[in-house]
Design a protein around this ligand. Structure first.
Ligand code: ZN
Length: 235
């Protein structure tokens, strides 16, 4: 790691140490190190489409895809009491698989392992084999398709925590899809610090207090390790 990056990582650890209300926001970029394609990265779905190429095929079955060091660094924040809330655009279930508590997570685009009640928004694992919600409503895939509205409960929780936080950390999102892209703005208006870890550009780059273009796995786990030292916890 170069010296400038090392200093920025130390700054990120310090921001986390001082924060009383850290919120993390993740996009597809956090899952590329688990072997899943993102959208606008160098080998992303849309980047390839723009070049006339089909999406890169995934060789691993979905349920065998595992969380990576970025997901586990966020889990570590949860264990340290340094994760008030996690907002994700991903449907890959990797945050829950890593051990994130469901009540700390908003999945804005749903979750491919879950169905959702069309009436009350209650979710059920597909594997549970439930055919009808206990409210009597019918169950559909929880994954939100383009043009469909987002789950209201997850959306309102995400906005609420964005407005309440004092540190908003974007991990692997290009922040171009609304309403998700409105959340860092809410956080900034409320006076929060903004940290962005993403290889590509985002519309919020000039507003970021710390901006990382490095791989997530080179930044977040190192910052969390440093944070543990600041908290007096040694491995
Ligand atoms: Zn229901």
């Amino acid at each position: 790691m170069g010296r400038p990056t090392e200093i920025k990582v130390r700054n990120l650890a310090q921001c986390l140490y001082e924060s009383r209300y850290p919120v993390v926001f993740t996009g597809a970029g956090i899952s590329t190190e688990s072997g899943l394609p993102d959208f606008r990265g160098p080998d992303g779905v849309w980047t390839r489409r723009d070049k006339g190429l089909p999406p890169r095929s995934i060789s691993t079955p979905w349920d065998e895809v595992e969380p990576n060091s970025g997901h586990y660094a966020i889990l570590e924040l949860q264990k340290l009491g340094k994760l008030k809330f996690l907002i994700s655009q991903n449907v890959d279930n990797l945050h829950l698989k890593s051990g994130i508590r469901p009540e700390l997570l908003a999945e804005l685009h749903g979750n491919m392992t879950k169905q959702r009640c069309t009436r009350c928004e209650q979710t059920y694992d597909f594997s549970a084999g439930v055919l009808e919600c206990e409210c009597g409503g019918s169950l559909v895939s929880s994954v939100v398709d383009f043009g469909q509205s987002l789950p209201q409960k997850d959306l309102s929780l995400a906005f609420e925590h964005s407005r309440n936080c004092d540190l908003f950390i974007v991990v692997g999102s290009s922040l171009v899809v609304t309403p998700a892209a409105d959340m860092p703005r809410e956080a900034l208006v409320a006076g929060a610090k903004l940290v962005i870890i993403n290889q590509g550009e985002t519309p919020f780059d000039k507003h970021a207090d710390l901006r990382f273009y490095e791989n997530i796995g080179e930044v977040l786990p190192v910052a969390v390790k440093r944070l543990k030292h600041l908290m007096g916890l040694f491995e």
